[in-house]
Write a protein that binds this ligand. Structure first.
Ligand code: AP5
Length: 210
């Protein structure tokens, strides 16, 4: 199954992508994680993306489209994948179409802007493996330490309140039009994401079966 997860920053795309990936045994492809890894390694892609990601703006389409082309060509994508954070512009969606990729479902995780602020200010991520936690809603077993790899949990630079406001603005202007794009193709399902992770996961799987 080939799935796209849409939604504002902090709506819970990464959280739900992980659940779907485990249940369906298909890879979660997070362009945000790939770009952050590239930044950490100091690669050319990382250097190109740095100023954009840190200020909450979108990385240029051509950079992200190349990342996706390479990633979905890998063997582990043969039975499907979950795109978490891609496409984010109409140009990116058109590029995906022109690669001949037929998407089965597009889930839009719907969360109000006011809720987003508290989700992102409380998020902590593992410096080493990128796993995501929340100081209230998804606590690690030991404070400040990743359950999966023992790495240190830190706050993402772009989760500071000023940058979150910019990311939301970018989302409404450039990414939200994708809802209409996929609605017109009959692929869009809306998942209410305001409640607990468990409830959202339940609704996510209902939407996949619908
Ligand atoms: P990216 O990493 O994709 O960030 P994002 O879309 O802003 O999404 P987030 O990772 O912030 O949130 P999420 O929806 O995955 O929520 P999560 O599950 O973590 O992108 C970062 C940057 O990279 C972009 O700004 C851009 O610069 C660049 N980029 C990436 N892709 C690009 C593209 N295609 N084109 C151009 N540029 C691109 O949840 C958030 C928190 O809330 C967590 O702490 C979680 O535990 C908690 N939580 C989740 N669900 C619930 C719930 N139901 N109840 C309570 N808490 C919850």
């Amino acid at each position: 199954m080939k799935i796209i997860l849409l939604g504002a920053p902090g709506a819970g795309k990464g959280t739900q992508a992980e659940k779907i990936s485990e249940a369906l045994n298909i890879p979660q492809i997070s362009t945000g994680n790939i770009i952050r890894e590239a930044l950490k390694s100091g690669s050319e892609v990382g250097l190109k993306a740095k100023e954009f990601i840190e200020s909450g703006r979108l990385v240029p389409d051509e950079v992200v489209i190349d990342i996706i082309k390479d990633r979905i060509a890998k063997d582990d994508c043969a039975n499907g994948f979950i795109l978490d954070g891609f496409p984010r512009t109409i140009a990116q969606a058109e590029a995906l179409d022109s690669m001949g990729i037929s998407i089965d479902r597009v889930l839009d995780i719907n969360v109000a802007d006011e809720v987003i602020a508290s989700r992102l200010s409380g998020r902590r991520v593992c410096e080493a493996c990128g796993s995501s936690y929340h100081i209230e809603f998804k606590k690690p077993a030991v404070d400040g330490v990743c359950d999966k790899c023992g790495g240190t949990l830190i706050q993402r630079k772009d989760d500071h309140p000023d940058t979150v406001a910019d990311r939301l603005k970018v989302y409404h202007e450039q990414t939200e039009p994708l809802k209409e794009y996929y609605k017109n193709k009959g692929k869009l399902r809306v998942v209410e994401g305001q409640d607990s992770v468990e409830q959202t996961t339940y609704l996510t799987f209902c939407a996949l079966e619908d």
